[in-house]
Design a protein. Sequence first.
Length: 343
Amino acid sequence: PEAPAPTPASTVSQYACQRRTTTENYNKIFTDAFEVLAESYEFNEIEGPCLAFRRAASVLKSLPWAVQRLGATEDLPCLGDHSKAVMEEILQYGRSFEVEKVLSDERYQTLKLFTSVFGVGPKTGEKWYRRGLRSFSDILAEPSIQLNRMQQSGFLHYGDISRAVSKAEAQALGNIIDEAVRAITPDAVLALTGGFRRGKEFGHDVDFIVTTTEQGKEKRLLTSLIDQLKEQGILLFCDHQASTFDMSKLPSHRFEAMDHFAKCFLILRLEGSQVVGGLHGAEGDGRGWRAVRVDLVSPPIDRYAFALLGWTGSRQFERDLRRFARTERRMLLDNHALFDKTK
Ligand code: CTP
Ligand code: MN
Ligand code: MN
Ligand code: MN
C-alpha cells in the first residue's frame, strides 16, 4: 500500500518562493527528463515550453514524496499536458521515448558539448554547429575560428572546471578569499552564496559576495582582491566587469539578466593539500592542484541584502520571487532593490 502523502498536492504553491524545498529530490527520474527537454527547447530558442518544463521540474523537486501514479499529480500546479505525458511514459516504461530521441539527436549532443565550455553560450554553439563542426578537435583545428580569452581558458581548463566542486573545496576557497580580503581591509564582508549557500554538496562553481561595511569603500575592493590573487599565483583567468550601478537610474523596467554591480568571473588554482578526498578531486593525475570556477560580486553595503538574495538562487526561486513581488504585491524586485509600484 502507498504511504499517505505528507504534503497534499492541492496545497503546493505555483511560486517556488512559497515552496519549502530540501536538497533531497524524490522525483529525479522525472526532473532529469524535464531538464533534457527544457535544454533542447533552449537550444532551439523556444522559450515557452523551456520555462514550462523548468517550472514543472521545480514543483516536483519540492515534493517530499515520489510520484508513483499520474493521479497523484492532479492537483499540482505548473504541470501541463506535455509534462504529464512525459511522466506517464516514465511511469509506464521506466523511460521517456521523447527524451531518448533528444539525447540521440546530433544537434542536441553537439550543442550540449559546445556549451559545456566556459565562455561558449547557445549563440556561439549554434554558429559552430551550423558551420559543420561537431567536436572540440573540429573547433581547435578550424583556422578561421578566433576563440576569445574566456573560451581559450575554457578549453585549457576544460577537464578541471567540468568536474563538480565539492563543499570542502568551496570552503577551502572561502578561506583563501577571506584571508585575502581581510589583508586589504579589516571591515571586509564576505558571504558564500549560490548553490553552496542553499546547502548543495556539489556545484559547477563557487559564488561569493564581497564588500565593506563602509559605504563606497567597496569600489577598490575587487581590483585589490584580484591583484592579491595574482600575486599569490593562483589567478588562472579573470574577466572583471566594473560597476555600472546608479541608484538614481532605478528601477529599470526592462528585464535584465545581469545586475549592475562590479563582478568578476574567475578561474582559480586550488592547491591539492586543500582538495579533500573523494571522486571529485584532482587526485590520480599526480598534479596536486585543480582549477575551479569562482564568481565574485561586489555591491555597496546598502544593497547587500538584495544582492545576497539575488545571488543565492536557485534560478527558478529568483524568477518566482520577482513574479510573486510583481503579481501578488505590485512591487518590483531585482538584485538591487525592492520598489513599491504605487509609490
Ligand atoms: N545570478 C545572477 N546573475 C547572473 C548570474 C547568476 O543574478 N548573471 C544569480 C542567480 O540567481 C543564480 C546565482 O546567482 O541562482 C548563482 O548562479 P550560478 O552559479 O550560475 O548557479 P548556482 O545556483 O550556484 O548553481 P551551481 O551549483 O551550478 O553553480
Ligand atoms: Mn554557483
Ligand atoms: Mn540597466
Ligand atoms: Mn556562478
